[in-house]
Design a protein around this ligand. Structure first.
Ligand code: PLP
Length: 409
C-alpha cells in the first residue's frame, strides 16, 4: 500500500490560493465546481515554469528545450494512463476537453456507421453529449434514441430493452449528471451496450474528480473528461479509447504531427496517439493536467469521495428545511451536486443575492435544456462541491439563503 497524504480539508485549502479572497467584502464560498474547479499551487507553478523555463514545441526539435518539453508532455500522458488504468498510454488522446472528445468520436467513429444505425443517449445528458450525436445522425441518416428518466432523476433501466437493439452502434451516457448529481450504474450500462454489439461512450466530465476510475474494470470503449473540472487548466482534456477502436477509426483532423509521410499524392498517418493530435497541442495544458492528476493522486480517493458525498448530503438535508423547496435529483446514488428551486423565486434572483454575500452558485439550465423541459422549469440553482469545500461554508450558505429568501418573498 502506498503512503497517501492525510485528507485534511484545512490543509487542502492552503493549496488553493484563489480560495483566499474576498468577494464584496465576504469570504469567497465557491460552490460552482461543476462548471470549473479552482487550481492548486502545484498546477499554477507548473504553468509558470513551463512558459518561463521549458517553452518549446514538441515532437520535432532536436534541441534541449524541445526534448525536455516533449518528455514532460509524454510523461503527463503516462501519468494520466496510470490514473485511469488504461492498458497503454497510447490510448490517451489529448483533446480540448470533453466536448472536443465527443465530437472526435462522433466524427471519426461515426464514419463507421451506416444509414439506419442508431445512437442511444439518456435524458440527463449535457448538450455536448447530445448535439454531436444529432449532427452525426443527420450526416449518416441514423436515428437518435433517448433512454428516459423518472422524477427522481434516475435512468429507467427496466425499460432499456425498448431503446437498445442490434441497430444500436453507440451508447453514450454520463457517469454523473452535472445537473442532478445522479451517479449512473455505468458498468451495467457498458455491459448492456456490449450485449448488443454497441460501443459504450462514458462522459466522465463529472466523475473523474469525484470517483476512482478504472477503464479496464469498467470495460468502457471510450471515457472522456476535461482538465479544468479536475483542478487542471482549461483548453485541455482527455479522450481514452480502446486501442482496437482507435486503430480502426480514421483521423479527425489533418495537419502536422498526425502524419508519417506526406506527398501530394498520398499521406500516411502517424501511429497512436498522434494520429488524433493534429497540429501543435496545448503543450502547457497537457503538462499541467498531469500535475493536477498528480495532486489528486496524493490522496486516497475514497477519502475524497466520502468527504464530497458528506457535503452533498449535509447541504441537501439543510435545504430540505426550507419551505417551498424543490430539489431535483433525489437518487440514492448521488454526489457532488444539489440542484433546487424555491417556489415563487426565480433561480437567477436567488443566485444574484447569494453572489452579493460572496457565494458562487450556478443558475440556469446547466447545458441540459431537455432535462429542464422534463421538469418543466427554466432552470435551477445549483451548488456543486469539490474536495476543498467545508461544512462551515454550507452553514454560511444556508444562512445566506435564509436572508435572500426573506428579501425575495
Ligand atoms: C462540463 C461538462 C461537459 C462539457 O465539458 P467541456 O469542458 O465544456 O467540454 C460535458 N458533460 C458534462 C457532464 C459536463 O459536466
Amino acid at each position: 500500500m502506498e503512503n497517501k497524504r492525510r485528507f485534511s480539508v484545512r490543509e487542502i485549502r492552503e493549496d488553493f490560493p484563489s480560495l483566499r479572497q474576498l468577494v464584496y467584502g465576504k469570504n469567497l464560498v465557491y460552490f460552482d465546481n461543476g462548471a470549473t474547479s479552482q487550481k492548486p499551487q502545484s498546477v499554477l507553478d507548473s504553468i509558470n515554469k513551463f512558459y518561463s523555463k521549458d517553452n518549446a514545441n514538441i515532437h520535432r526539435g532536436v534541441h534541449h528545450l524541445s526534448q525536455k518539453a516533449t518528455n514532460e508532455f509524454e510523461e503527463s500522458r503516462k501519468t494520466i494512463a496510470r490514473f485511469l488504468n488504461a492498458s497503454t498510454h497510447e490510448e490517451i488522446i489529448f483533446t480540448k476537453g470533453t466536448t472536443d472528445g465527443i465530437n472526435l468520436i462522433a466524427f471519426s467513429f461515426g464514419e463507421l456507421l451506416k444509414e439506419g444505425d442508431e445512437v442511444l443517449i439518456t435524458a440527463m445528458e449535457h448538450h455536448s453529449n447530445i448535439v454531436p450525436w444529432q449532427m452525426l445522425c443527420e450526416r449518416k441518416k441514423c436515428s437518435l434514441k433517448v433512454l428516459p428518466i423518472n422524477e427522481n432523476g434516475e435512468l429507467l433501466l427496466e425499460e432499456i430493452d425498448q431503446y437498445i437493439s442490434e441497430k444500436t452502434k453507440i451508447f453514450a451516457f454520463t457517469h454523473i449528471s452535472n445537473t442532478l448529481g445522479t451517479v449512473n450504474p455505468i458498468k451495467e450500462l457498458v455491459q448492456k451496450a456490449h450485449q448488443f454489439g454497441a460501443v459504450a461512450v462514458v462522459d466522465g466530465a463529472q466523475s473523474i474528480q469525484h470517483k476512482p476510475i478504472d477503464v479496464q474494470d469498467l470495460n468502457c470503449d471510450f471515457y472522456l473528461f476535461s482538465g479544468h473540472k479536475v483542478y487542471g487548466p482549461t483548453g485541455i482534456g482527455v479522450l481514452y479509447g480502446k486501442e482496437k477502436w482507435l486503430e480502426k477509426m480514421p483521423p479527425y483532423q489533418g495537419g502536422g504531427d498526425m502524419i508519417k509521410k506526406v506527398t501530394f499524392q498520398k499521406t500516411t498517418y502517424n501511429e497512436l496517439p498522434f494520429k488524433f493530435e493534429a497540429g501543435t497541442p496545448h503543450i502547457a495544458g497537457g503538462i499541467c493536467l498531469g500535475k493536477a492528476i498528480e495532486y489528486l493522486s496524493q490522496f486516497n480517493f475514497h477519502d475524497i469521495e466520502k468527504h464530497e458525498t458528506m457535503l452533498t448530503d449535509y447541504a441537501q438535508d439543510l435545504l430540505y428545511t426550507f419551505e417551498d423547496i424543490v430539489i431535483y435529483g433525489e437518487s440514492k446514488h448521488k454526489t457532488g451536486v444539489v440542484s433546487f428551486n424555491i417556489e415563487g423565486i426565480h433561480p437567477f434572483d436567488l443566485g444574484t443575492l447569494l453572489d452579493k454575500q460572496g457565494i458562487a452558485v450556478r443558475t440556469g439550465h446547466h447545458c441540459t435544456q431537455p432535462l429542464m423541459d422534463f421538469y418543466k422549469i427554466p432552470g435551477t440553482v445549483r451548488c456543486s462541491f469539490a474536495l476543498y469545500n467545508t461544512k462551515e461554508e454550507i452553514d454560511f450558505f444556508i444562512s445566506a439563503m435564509d436572508k435572500s429568501i426573506r428579501m425575495l418573498k
